[in-house]
Design a protein around this ligand. Structure first.
Ligand SMILES: [Zn+2]
Ligand SMILES: [Zn+2]
Length: 283
């Protein structure tokens, strides 16, 4: 929580100064700028690695999914790449019903649907076993993206970019909608492309996101949760039985956004297994 607080309140330069000061003080605790929400990450046995994004989205979203995938794969510093594969949610592409964005072990499923007047524009969910992510979903709510306010390339880019990145283990850099844009899709804003207030665009990641990913994924694990060879997250490990689609199933609130709305939930499934839900609320 302290780390999150720091990330929210201070810019990176300030953080660097603080860490330098900490180093001088000689604190034994290693602290670093972070907007992961814990140590949660996909387990991988080699670097770099590629995370599969299942394409369950309709044609209007295909370009935004491609853009997000390449946005998150281009940095020279990245250890993580993404690739788009056929959707695995057992549904007809683009015709998902609200309950359906069924996760697939070892990868991420990306979906859009008219989820209704739920209040949210986008939701990302991560299933974790211990500290390792085993599967994820990212959902875009067309009930809002079909409205005049949100039916813009800038809003679609921002939300797609952010929801996909939550499945990597990244959280927000800032959660106040009216703060000046940080130039990353991991920053809440009411001006996604920066044209309303003449500021940076929040439609794509920034270097701080890649720095964070490099920290999260610097180590190798002895076995992978990533990819088709991953041990099943269904059945034995007990992920499948819990329904976590509805807000009442998201568990306890971990964080709230700048408007006081819950933005991050944790549902404890027992046996070291948890589901985390990130919510991007509409106005
Ligand atoms: Zn690990
Ligand atoms: Zn978010």
């Amino acid at each position: 929580m302290i780390k999150s607080f720091l990330t929210n309140r201070l810019n990176r330069r300030s953080l660097i100064a603080i860490f330098a000061a900490l180093a001088v003080i000689g604190s034994g605790t290693v602290v670093y700028a972070t907007h992961s929400w814990g140590s949660y990450h996909w387990a991988q046995t080699s670097n770099p690695f590629t995370l599969k994004l299942g394409d369950n989205v309709s044609s209007i979203w295909d370009g935004y999914l491609s853009e997000a995938s390449s946005d998150w794969s281009v940095s020279s510093s990245t250890l993580l790449g993404t690739s788009i594969v056929a959707g695995g949610t057992n549904n007809t592409k683009g015709k998902l019903t609200p309950k359906n964005c069924v996760p697939t072990s070892g990868r991420v499923e990306v979906c859009n649907a008219k989820y209704g007047s739920t209040g949210w524009l986008g939701v990302a969910q991560i299933w974790a076993n211990g500290s390792h992510i085993v599967q994820g979903t990212a959902k875009m709510n067309d009930t809002y993206f079909n409205t005049q306010k949100y039916n813009t390339p800038a809003w679609r880019r921002l939300v797609m970019c952010q929801e996909v990145a939550h499945t990597f283990g990244l959280s927000h850099q800032d959660e106040n909608f009216s703060n000046i844009n940080l130039g990353t899709c991991m920053d809440y804003t009411d001006d996604p492309d920066g044209t309303i207030k003449g500021q940076l665009s929040n439609e794509h990641p920034n270097i701080h996101d890649f720095d964070q990913l490099a920290l999260i994924y610097a180590h190798l694990d002895t076995s992978a949760t990533l990819g088709a060879e991953a041990p099943s997250a269904q059945g034995k490990s007990g992920h499948a039985p819990a329904d976590v689609s509805e807000p009442g199933e998201w568990g306890r609130v971990l964080r709230r956004d700048g408007n006081g709305r819950p933005s991050h939930y944790e549902r404890d499934l027992g046996n070291g297994q948890k589901v985390f839900t990130f919510v991007f609320w509409a106005d």
